[in-house]
Ligand binder design. Sequence first.
Ligand code: CUA
Length: 229
Amino acid sequence: MSTWANLGLQDSASPLMEQLIFFHDHALLILVMITILVGYLMFMLFFNSYINRFLLHGQLIEMIWTILPAIILLFIALPSLRLLYLLDEINEPSVTLKSIGHQWYWSYEYSDFNNIEFDSYMIPTNELSNDGFRLLDVDNRVVLPMNSQIRILVTAADVIHSWTIPALGVKVDGTPGRLNQTNFFINRPGLFYGQCSEICGANHSFMPIVIESVPVNYFIKWITNNMNS
Ligand code: CUA
């Protein structure tokens, strides 16, 4: 999760998020180089006193400063498209999780395992324990196995919500009457926090998501315990 003074992206917990961070840094580097070049040019113009009465056109420089930016844009566009299609890929998921957005909480269904279902509400500040995170912790966490391909199906019951977890690089809209699909792979254990990111009404800020990433055998224990009860 994000903590004090973390103005950049969160540390990734999935290979796709790692790629997204690489792409962000790549694009930012190009942006900084362009900004420095243009900034230098603009600054130097103030001190330029050269005048040429006969300068009316320059075919060569026009060609260069038309084609060069186009090539630079290609260096952003191609990796961007690669990522776009990579994010859409589904790689034989071993677990499917369905999450349904409501005003204002998420509910979950594990359709592969006897259709376990539960609601996940934010813990109000006055009920928070000392180690809890305000506005971020929930009563029932989503337990998922690490090092496994996970498919997530997102929908909503009332208005549009968005199931968003920055550390996993997942952001899918839950839309009433539609079922959206994406997939991810968690490569480390831990708690990963997310929030709804479609303005969905008065309590939009108070429907967080908590994913508990555990080793596969722990996940199997958790799921069998819940199937029996
Ligand atoms: Cu649900 Cu914003």
